[in-house]
Design a protein around this ligand. Sequence first.
Ligand code: ATP
Length: 577
Amino acid sequence: EDESVIAALVVFMDKLVPGSMQNSPNWGWNTSSDPCINKWVGISCDKDNIRVKKIVLDNLNLSGTLDFESVCKVSDLLVLSVNFNNISSHVQQQISNCKRLTHLYLSGNKFSGHLPDSITNLPNVKRLFLSNNMLTGQLPDFSKTTGLLSFFAQNNQFTGQLPRFDYRQLDGFSVANNDFSGPMPDDAGRFDASSFAGNPKLCGKQLAVQCPVKKDNKSVKFRTFVIYSGYVVVGLIFVVLIGLLAFRKKKKEQEDVKIDASMKNGSDSGKSSESKNSRARSEFSTTSVESGGISSSMVLLPGLKFEDFLRAPAELIGRGRHGSLYKVKPDNGVTFVVKRIKDWMISKDEFRKRLQKIVEIKHPNVLPVVAYYCSKQEKLLVYEFQQNGSLFRLLHGSQNGQTFDWGSRLSFASGMASALAFMHRELQTDLIPHGNLKSSNILFKNNMEPCISEYGLMSSDHHELDLTNDKATTAFNVDVYAFGVVLLELLTGKPVQHNGSSLAKWVTSVVKEEWTVEVFDKALIAEGASEERMVVLLQVALKCVNILTPLVMSDVAAMILSLKEEEDRSMTSSSDP
Ligand SMILES: Nc1ncnc2c1ncn2[C@@H]1O[C@H](COP(=O)(O)OP(=O)(O)OP(=O)(O)O)[C@@H](O)[C@H]1O
């Protein structure tokens, strides 16, 4: 980095008080080293290791003030994250100097005072997290901040009327638990009452307080006229809608035929299905690997023509809440599964962008997407079929004498945690969590190595856990919770109902009664697994499912890794005579 930027960063950190952190050997943050080359804590740089791109200083017990003027001198800064610290300053108007900033996370601090108007002038900002602070005053007008995708400001002390937002763009929003007043803005039905709750002076249809009906006795005649012309307009709209619906239904039927035919017809399909498929096929085949593929509808499987794929016989093997799963075996030998996602309100472009991000990131324990397709009606994902089944099947299925001993379960847990932590790190800027982690989405590869499947397929509106009103409002908490439930399944051998909260509750209650040993899988007890270490893993699991004390995946992974190392050490020492 430039000397001037280094100096600005040091000034920025001088105003924050990092407590004992700065004594750690790799802390950095001084003028005699380089933030990229010497890897200062919390700094990430571009791939040439020259420019600082991200500053992530979450959960470091920082206090003092955040000097936006200094930090915004880092001209390439994309992400600034200081969640869950003790910073007590204003959000200064110089924030708008951070011209390239896309993600700003200030949640869980003691920021106070008004938000400066200049915050709405950040031209590239996508995610703004301000929740759990002590911010006051009116919110500036964000309606022109195009590109904003999430806005979280719950648990502050904001007042006044809610300004307009471009709600159609937003995928996450909450202003709950503030002191806003007046009518709830028309969010076009995008967010439910929980995003606005806890503002006693806010009124609206979905809220506890209804807005007063304005009594205007000036002109009854005019009102009658308006009402009648209203009826006429509604009538007209109705007719047009019926027409549109009929038209769309017809179109949809055609589309369904197209997809169903492509999914279900065997390779011996006759001429008629050929012609039904022809549109779909031409759409797919406009994509070729040489043409770069990614921007078009389908990203192809290398070495496999999509025509073969469409003609291959397909067998429905699962119908989950989020879609159906088909097993497809084209002639070339490899078997695939196709996930057909239903009800995902995401635009084609967004879907494509999201998938591009996901396929870019590879980890040996994450099942890669081999192809994806998106049209208005259909979202399809293709993976290789894994014949060894899932963790769910291994734990709860009728296995033929297959054992899953403590050592293997611990290695499994450690591997999964570090894979998930890796994905979170790589997708931190894009805020793409797995979103639907569970034991049936963890599969075993041919070598019995586990791999996480269906990463990132669920948008936030699919989550059952509503964490938005909670202290821990970051996208990735959902996965930490879900991972905790997977750990509980591993430890108890019991299956999960609903979203895992009942299993978590049961375990918590048993542990409270100090019957901890009762929760463990009988097979583990019988095997003579170390109770002490099982209890440690249980504590990690319970921390993950406790949404009041948010953990990040990298911490979870570190805890499990050190437990595993302890286990490995004990194995080598106990094998000594
Ligand atoms: N690539 C794969 N290879 C082999 N089996 C798979 C693969 N992907 C999923 N499965 C298995 O197929 C079954 C159905 O999967 P599906 O994803 O449709 O259901 P689900 O995970 O229970 O529900 P959902 O993901 O919709 O919440 C599950 O038992 C799952 O473990």
